[in-house]
Design a protein around this ligand. Structure first.
Ligand code: ADP
Ligand code: MG
Length: 311
């Protein structure tokens, strides 16, 4: 006999190891109830993932759960918020217990690592869709704006680029990777590590931060446009993951780091006069970072080689 919705929730979503004092009522009631500490405000992100677009029918369910939350955590970090609560809108074509076990495992393990409590959701029948609403907290007035980049700012990248994009090429059969490298880049695609620690480093210092899910060039162009500025990126300064360096030419050269999707990538605009303080903060939060470009008044994104040639 198939599981009832109630049993399904009890078995795969209700019991989680994350305990938060600010959760008054979690899963089990009509609405979740949470409290916001004095002097803090809440940021909300909604991200929706559908089969056929963000993932394919046969993809590893643990990876689907992990990646969806990692993507949302990255967006929250870009705004400078600490993740707190999650709700899940799950639409399933059928009740497949193995799928549910793996999916909830992938999602909840990552949630636990960042002290995110799953406080509610809804479960319906239909084409496979995963909707996450992630709530984050920060001190009142300290959100990092999406349109704050200013001429003179340095643009920082805080993790190597291109690995997830390389995984996509490899899955599509467009290039052959050695086994170990293939496994490494698939991890970057399905189990990427969100830069949650960046949130605290950004607050009160960064002018803006841009998630790179659609690839550096496209995401950054939108971010600059939003702020009414442009930038020059020195592509030879871009940090590349080792697998990308090893197959650079076969994988399309600079196309890959510039255009490959990157679910947990961030580009951060930092005032140049605070560069030293920023780099200290990054190190204090266990992050690496490299500046790769400079924001300019002239609109548009220009990508140049060290000799000045535009690509
Ligand atoms: P209702 O019948 O009032 O719509 P539901 O049966 O949908 O309630 O859900 C019962 C409880 O389980 C609610 O607290 C709801 O937030 C929670 N819930 C339902 N689906 C999920 C899910 N996929 N993940 C987490 N919590 C869920
Ligand atoms: Mg319901």
């Amino acid at each position: 006999m198939p599981l009832s919705e109630f049993e399904l929730i009890a078995r795969y979503f209700r019991d989680q190891p994350v305990e938060r004092e600010d959760v008054v009522q979690g899963i089990g009631d009509d609405c979740a109830e949470v409290t916001i500490a004095d002097g803090h405000e809440m940021l909300v992100d909604v991200s929706c993932f559908a089969e056929g677009g963000h993932f394919q029918a046969g993809d590893d369910p643990a990876g689907i759960g992990h990646r969806a939350l990692a993507y949302a955590l990255t967006r929250l970090a870009a705004c400078g918020a600490e993740p707190a609560w999650l709700t899940l809108a799950l639409t399933l074509p059928r009740v497949d217990e193995q799928w549910l076990r793996d999916f909830s495992g992938g999602l909840l393990r990552l949630a636990q690592r960042h002290r995110v409590a799953l406080v509610g959701g809804d479960t319906t029948r239909g084409p496979l869709t995963v909707g996450l609403q992630l709530h984050g907290l920060l001190p009142m007035g300290s959100a990092v704006p999406a349109n704050g980049a200013r001429p003179g700012d340095l643009l920082y990248i805080i993790r190597p680029l291109g690995a997830a994009g390389l995984a996509v090429l490899s899955l599509a059969g467009e290039l052959q990777l050695p086994i170990q490298q293939r496994q490494d880049v698939l991890e970057w695609l399905y189990h990427p590590e969100p830069p949650v620690a960046a949130a605290a480093a950004l607050r009160g210092l960064a002018h803006g931060a841009c998630p790179l899910a659609d690839g550096l060039a496209q995401s950054l162009a939108g971010f600059l446009d939003n702020a009414g500025v442009g930038a020059t990126v020195q592509v030879q300064r871009l940090p590349l993951s080792p697998a990308v360096e090893a197959s650079f030419d076969q994988a399309g050269g600079w196309n890959l780091p510039l255009h490959g999707q990157d679910p947990c990538g961030l580009c951060i605009a930092v005032p140049a006069e605070r560069q030293a303080e920023w780099e200290q903060r990054l190190a204090a939060h266990g992050l690496m970072g490299r500046w790769v470009g400079i924001v300019e008044p002239r609109p548009g994104l220009r990508c140049v080689l060290d000799d000045g040639t535009e690509i």
